[in-house]
Design a protein. Sequence first.
Length: 426
Amino acid sequence: MDAHEVNRVRATLALFIADVFASVPRKDQRAKGDCYLRGLMLDGRRKSIQAMASRLPDGNEQNLQQFVNQSTWDPVPVQRRINERMLPLIDPAAWVIDDVSVPKDGQMSVGVAPQYCGALGKRANCQVSVSVHAASDTASCPLQWRLFLPAEWASDSHRRARTVIPPEATHREKWRLALDMLDTLADWGMTPPAVVADAAYGTNAHLRAALSDRRIAYVLAVRSDVTAHPFDAKPVAPDRNGAIGCWPQPRYRNPAPSLSALAAGLDPEAFTTLTWRHGSRGELRSRFAAVRVRPAGKAVERPIRAAASAEQGWWDGVLPDCWLLVEWPEDAEAPTDYWLSNLPAGTSITDLVRLAKVRWRIEHDYRELKHGLGLGHFEGRSWPGWHHHVTLVTAAHAFLTEQRLSPKVPGPVSPSIRSSTPSRTR
């Protein structure tokens, strides 16, 4: 946005700030929030505090630095209010789990470490954050962020003190951070219609089990080497050897094949051509097949066996079934993509494909958040500063999304959260 556009919507922005930052106690802090958001939305390649302050007529670099890096205002109520406004407006088809990396120099920015950096496509010194987004075919918005702390940060007391990391924040795997965010949103009364994620998350059987335990529907991309038994495979107990000893436990007699092997064995007529959306270059179409399978592997079997043994003293060996969705484009020699889903057996393949492909929408988020709104331009190093900055960037993105979707309609006064799955049980 240029300065003229910002001035045109100043009154609307003031109402947005008054609502979203109502939990911030001091008037001068809310005024700095207004200034920071305008700086993020103004044109300009860099959205560091120094660069924004130089472009704003009321920009004061020292005041903005203090507001973001040293001020004690709590970003959590601000995040919650943003979610309350945005979820009814977007009416998401799904929530998307993803992560984003920001290259960094030096060793003192909070959470920085040599790790895989998606922005560079290789291992590099960077920060990584995990996020949950609400997405529909027309809009999306980030709901929650968690900064990933690599294992080396768990015991580095010097860097933790310098970057003001709270004692309770420690190393947690990215999939656990995603669950933490879903749990926080559930505590706020917000539940997803479904959760989708790429194979970096979906291949993890622990994440899939945790989502099912929370009664959250999912359509998760997985790697082709994930194993599963055909739906009609049945576990068999071998004959007892002699009159003493334990009765043999039922188990599947044949090793579980990979998803790629299962897909290769499907009848060609199992695949149907579907269009999932209209892109800038026309219809996006491909061939898909959906079959019921029983995911296998020790990470799947152990918790099921333990739960069955605790409840009834034995396990019949039957693994739960779910959907396997396979994409095999006509011009490809083999299937290219695989998803597992716990949606009901009566779900149509059209709905499965629509959800599997909704992840494209948040790429718009990341482009705007990173390049237009300065998500990766923050030059502070502290834990509080990072959380303040991503909350302010999220607020700027939410405001712009509201203007695009309903430029003359104020945000809802109270949440009205759409959910097509039962609430999470605790």
